[in-house]
Design a protein around this ligand. Structure first.
Ligand SMILES: *Cc1c(COP(=O)(O)O)cnc(C)c1O
Length: 375
């Protein structure tokens, strides 16, 4: 039975995607990234499914996201890498959450938190190799490595990993970043650091830049069954999109030629036609920019969205196709089943599929099928 407005998440698909990607990549360790509510799929169910698929690390941006996983009873290693100016490292260390650190300030904060908790903080030093975001910039590497080595000798922290993130700007840019990462690893070794884990690749580089794999890859989008590439679909990569966004038609009506639809009447019926109302809007993460450029699937096939996408709803032109209130409508799902994909919606809105799935709003009920369903 289809709910009024729901995202159905296939946990078996997440587990299978992780298993498939691990087999392709072959690194000793696999992190699955479940930040941003598991890319909109639900962090705890996504994490559980990823572990079933063989992930041995979980990644999040914020400590609060890591603590949510711990509170749900997930005891796998977790890395959190984006921190507030005064982060709650004490809570993270107490919950056995590894810290990605990007500055001498954060290194001191982690050391202080470990000292007051009477524990050893497990940390991964994050190096900037080109993105100019939150890694340690190259001029600061020596200072950070020396400080980290000293804290290790004092028994306050353990440098378990060194990592960075690629821009995917071009193969040449990624090669330059890899060379810079190699310089960083060499400098860390010179400072006496011997991390077990070195990691650089997210999904795209894990699949296409073998020299970026090191000892662990960090898989996000691919685990959810979506392609990070413009030139390859999910099916091309052997992946199954885990999320189906679907609902029930809220109304169906006949209108005469010339009828205007939705705000500003950006579309008018050019003949007598049937219109159906889909109960998803931009408040639910359906991009308003896709107005007039996307399709949805009914049992009868795909039909175009027409007129402006509003906050709560949009209209579909059925032509002469019959439909009834309550009929199932799929906004996106696995295109192998004949429905539009999240990537189709992304293209219609000039954005990326990551933006579509992470943007699905709280008003949309998450429903789980497969493996660990029921959580
Ligand atoms: C989000 C993120 C990932 C996952 O990236 P995908 O492209 O979704 O695989 C990996 N590493 C870091 C540091 C990230 O922020």
């Amino acid at each position: 039975m289809t709910g009024f407005r729901e995202a159905v998440v296939d946990l078996d698909a997440i587990a299978a995607n992780v298993r498939h990607l691990r087999a392709q990549v072959g690194t000793p360790h696999t992190m699955v990234v479940v930040k941003a509510n598991g890319y909109g799929h639900g962090a705890v169910p996504a994490a559980t499914a990823a572990l079933v698929g063989g992930a041995d690390w979980l990644g999040v941006a914020d400590i609060a996201e890591a603590l949510e996983l711990r509170a749900a009873g997930i005891d796998a290693p977790i890395l959190a890498w984006l921190h507030a100016p005064e982060p709650d490292f004490a809570a993270a260390v107490a919950a056995n959450v590894d810290l990605g650190l990007s500055s001498t300030r954060q290194l001191r904060q982690a050391t202080d938190a470990a000292r007051s908790a009477g524990r050893v903080a497990s940390v991964h030093l994050k190096l900037d190799t080109g993105l100019s975001r939150n890694g340690v910039p190259e001029p600061d590497w020596a200072t950070v490595f020396a400080l980290a080595a000293e804290a290790e000798r004092d028994g306050r922290l353990r440098v378990c990993g060194i990592f960075s993130h690629l821009s995917n700007a071009s193969p040449a840019d990624d090669a330059e970043a890899i060379a810079r990462f190699e310089r960083g690893l060499a400098a860390a070794a010179d400072a006496g650091l011997a991390p077990e884990l070195t990691h650089l690749a997210a999904t795209a580089a894990a699949l296409r830049v073998p020299e970026a794999r090191y000892t662990m890859v960090r898989l996000g989008i691919g685990a959810y069954g979506l392609s990070p590439f413009d030139d390859a679909t999910s099916a091309d990569l052997g992946l199954v999109p885990a999320m189906t966004l679907q609902g029930q038609l809220a109304s169906v009506r006949r209108v005469p030629e010339g009828t205007g639809v939705s705000y500003d009447y950006t579309w008018r019926a050019d003949s007598d036609t049937s219109l159906a109302l889909v109960p998803f809007g931009y408040a639910d993460g359906i991009p308003r920019q896709a107005s007039g450029r996307a399709e949805v699937a009914l049992d009868s096939g795909c039909h175009p969205a027409v007129g402006r996408i509003a906050m709560d709803q949009f209209v579909v032109n059925l032509g002469g196709t019959p439909a009834a209130v309550g009929d199932r409508v799929v906004v996106f799902g696995d295109p192998a089943t004949g429905v539009p994909s999240a990537t189709d919606w992304a293209n219609a809105a000039s954005t990326i599929n990551y933006d579509i799935v992470t943007g699905i709003g709280n008003r949309v009920t998450r429903r789980y099928t497969g493996g660990a369903a029921g959580c």
